[in-house]
Unconditional design. Structure first.
Length: 405
């Protein structure tokens, strides 16, 4: 009897230990799921610093160890901010921990490569996903390829983007509108505007049909190639197809294309809302006004340029670095040195502004045109005190004005 009782007690203790371990494991998994949900919620609120801190706490505690779901949630939260380097660090850390990434983690890492212009690393990550068969659905495969194209676009590697697009057209997955739009943008960034327009016309004839992003990229290609007439045709075609395909980005690029081709009148008409190419809800922004002012300056119409910038203020649109620089250029073109200096003094109040030689050179040139050589030389001395690196134009102006009264 005693022996039977001891066997019974041992079995009861073993069962209790088993259930206790199972309860602890369940509790740990529930805790890990709760932390994952908290990180996801913080990411949706764009609080990526707090999401990262929550992840670090969970990882350092290590009971239970962080799983791929927690890593992926943290990578997603970082994607909503400026933490793309940390996103890649977490991706490779998960690999080192023996955690196999899922399709979402793979695409988040590819998106981080795109933001950082790390196209070589993006190629490696895509190859990893293909070899490990992490991309299960056709949509996941296409999204990964598009992320790689985006990295090539931002890195200015239109040649590699072309090779990858041709590979997709022959071996799959079939390109969609995002694929083609990204390639059009890559060619525009690489000043290959003819290739951009070729792909665009192929989309019109064979599909997929271009959307707002595609039209914007095609007009940007026209801007790079100084093809203002084609830019206007694209805007008109977009407006005729659907108001949804017309965008402010495309209109601003068309204004820039007109300015580069000395077509300042067309630039002003676009700014005012040319009925045939702009929609009824067209609302110019600070880039629209600044680009139109620059177009007038290129056409040696500095009074019109300053009028455009004044109209921008009348619309209660705040100045920024671009608009102030455009105003300085317009004043310099009209030898309005006092106004140029006023705008130069306003620049330090603009967020994200850094002193550069270009605006100082314009003001020095305006002072020189008005025979105000002392003011020009004072600006050169001010550049030195502000630690602005002079360039060849600065040195030429200084040599030109030295020795004059």
């Amino acid at each position: 009897m005693r022996r039977a009782w001891r066997v019974f007690q041992c079995r009861q203790a073993s069962n209790f230990s088993y259930h206790a371990e199972e309860s602890v494991a369940d509790w740990g998994q529930k805790r890990l799921r709760a932390r994952t949900a908290a990180v996801t919620a913080l990411g949706r609120r764009r609080l990526w610093q707090r999401a990262l801190a929550e992840f670090v706490r969970a990882r350092d505690i290590g009971r239970p160890p962080a799983d791929i779901m927690l890593y992926t949630a943290t990578m997603g939260a970082l994607g909503s901010g400026v933490g793309w380097p940390k996103t890649l660090e977490l991706f490779w850390e998960a690999q080192a921990q023996g955690l196999l990434p899922d399709a979402r983690a793979l695409n988040l890492a590819l998106a981080a490569c795109s933001r950082g212009q790390l196209w070589q690393e993006a190629i490696g990550i895509l190859e990893l996903g293909i070899v490990k068969k992490l991309l299960l659905s056709p949509q996941e495969v296409l999204r990964a390829h598009n992320s790689l194209l985006s990295a090539l676009d931002r890195a200015g590697r239109w040649d590699l983007a072309l090779a990858h697009l041709q590979m997709m057209q022959t071996a799959g997955p079939p390109p969609d509108v995002i694929t083609c739009s990204t390639f059009v943008s890559a060619c525009a960034r690489g000043h290959e505007w003819q290739r951009s327009l070729t792909i665009f016309h192929e989309m019109l004839e064979k599909g997929p049909q271009p959307d707002q992003v595609t039209y914007g990229a095609a007009v940007a290609a026209c801007d790079a190639g100084h093809q203002w007439l084609v830019a206007l045709w694209l805007l008109e075609d977009a407006a005729n197809r659907s108001p949804a395909t017309s965008s402010r980005v495309a209109c601003n690029a068309a204004i820039s294309a007109c300015g580069k081709s000395q077509q300042w009148q067309w630039a002003l008409q676009l700014l005012a809302g040319l009925p045939s190419v702009t929609t009824s809800d067209w609302k110019p922004d600070v880039v629209s006004f600044s680009t139109a002012a620059s177009a007038c300056t290129r056409g040696r119409k500095w009074r019109q340029a300053l009028s455009v910038l004044q109209a921008m203020r009348d619309w209660s649109i705040l100045d920024n670095v671009v608009s102030c620089s455009a105003a300085i250029a317009a004043c310099a073109a009209g030898s309005q040195w006092r106004h140029a200096l006023t705008f130069l003094e306003e620049l330090p109040a603009q967020p994200g502004w850094h002193h550069d030689a270009a605006n100082f050179n314009l003001c020095m040139s305006a002072c020189g045109s008005a025979s105000e050589w002392r003011h020009a030389l004072f600006l050169a001395a001010q550049m030195q005190s502000l630690q602005v690196e002079p360039n060849d134009v600065t040195r030429r102006l200084v040599l030109q004005y030295c020795g004059r009264d």
